[in-house]
Design a protein around this ligand. Structure first.
Ligand code: AMP
Length: 361
């Protein structure tokens, strides 16, 4: 099949790497110069809403997908007049806006934190309760902890964020963060991966591990996912991020309408990586009857600075690790690559996580 991917970052790169042998033909569209996926396939350097490009792709490709959720919804609506876009412009429209996303959770009776629509300072003042902690987030373009501001009782609020449309969330006192990777194929078949446990530093994912300590929440997470997939008429990989609160209940935080950083471990840790799963689902070549297997795994993001060759060699000589390089220049808090360690049992995973983390951090 001829598949166009909007966004040519590491996610597009890993989709292409995952299914190379199946001989799909890929093109990536991205305004930046030499993005990660351009090392593996043809790159159209253009804005995502360039109408000439949309027409050209619509006339020459079979399906389109994304590696970046903030592509123009209007452009994807235009493209849908020619070819299927997975996930659809409707799903993107919801997932691009934290308010629409939370309103959908509320409509479907999915547990989420208390939140308020904030359009100006008056809205903010009106909704703050003096004794509570909050987090103010821009409705759009917030990722990796960007465009977020924490509000503590009795501390003066100093932020420009309020100039944008925002959402105010009560801070959740969570004991863990978990995510559920779901995939729905064009014929309606659905597969749910086991819950992954995630750790963040400064709002950026630093580590994901499977198995999580919350396997008892798997069915509840799947029930929530089923409602969301249905409500958005969703096709492809959808990732739902949850907090686990002090009562060990799931509190939905946000959704990613794409393959996700918390699923990178599935490349080595599963017989079906999230990247293959996404491309198979949207191209109609999935097979969830085949048993899908998993190995205890941990994924660490490599942020800001590349890992030195000496460190990489030292790790490889001792552990079963795989290093992924995104071909990016170093920059503060930029995701430059990741490392996955897989092993035979959970005990081995628990023993080795700390040592690996110390070497790379
Ligand atoms: P987000 O961009 O919404 O995923 O936020 C990034 C990270 O900030 C999350 O993974 C949490 O660690 C933290 N965070 C975001 N929203 C909340 C909240 N309402 N309560 C507590 N922590 C939060």
């Amino acid at each position: 099949m001829k598949i166009a991917i909007f966004g040519a970052g590491q996610l597009a790169m890993m989709m292409i790497q995952a299914v190379h042998q199946k001989k799909h033909e890929f093109i990536v569209v991205d305004p930046s110069t030499r993005p990660p996926a351009s090392h593996y396939t043809e790159h159209m350097q253009a804005d995502y809403d360039d109408s000439t490009i949309i027409k050209e792709i619509g006339e020459n490709f079979d399906i389109a997908t994304i590696d970046f959720e903030n592509v123009s919804v209007k452009a994807m609506r235009e493209l849908e007049k020619y070819i299927p876009v997975h996930p659809s412009s409707h799903a993107l429209d919801i997932c691009q806006d934290r308010l629409k996303e939370k309103n959908l959770f509320r409509k479907l009776n999915i547990n989420t934190t208390e939140y308020y629509e904030i359009n100006d300072l008056d809205d903010l003042k009106k909704n703050l309760n003096k004794n509570k902690h909050y987090i103010l987030k821009s409705r759009r373009f917030g990722y990796d902890g960007k465009n977020q501001y924490r509000i503590k009782p009795d501390i003066e609020i100093k932020t420009d964020l309020i100039k944008q449309d925002c959402i105010l969330e009560e801070l959740v006192d969570f004991e863990a963060e978990v995510s559920l990777i779901c995939v729905k194929a064009t014929n309606g078949d659905v597969y749910y991966y086991p819950l992954v446990e995630n750790h963040h530093k400064n709002g950026i994912l630093s580590m994901s591990r499977y198995p999580s300590n919350y396997t008892f929440l798997q069915n509840k997470a799947q029930d929530i996912a089923e409602k969301l997939l249905e409500a958005m008429n969703y096709i492809g990989v959808l990732v739902i991020e949850f907090f686990v609160n002090s009562n060990k209940e799931l509190v939905a935080n946000e959704m990613a309408p794409r393959v996700h950083n918390s699923g990178h471990w599935t490349i080595e840790g599963s017989s079906l990586s999230q990247f293959s799963a996404h491309i198979d689902a949207i191209s109609g070549s999935h097979d969830y009857k085949k048993s899908i297997t998993f190995k205890p795994s941990v994924m660490f993001n490599i942020l800001s600075k590349h890992i030195t060759n000496e460190k990489a060699e030292a790790l490889k000589s001792k552990f079963d690790i795989s290093l992924h390089d995104y071909h990016k220049a170093e920059r503060m808090n930029r995701k430059l690559g990741h490392l996955t360690f897989t092993c035979e049992n959970k005990k081995e995973l628990d023993i080795n996580i700390k040592e690996i983390a110390e070497v790379i951090q």
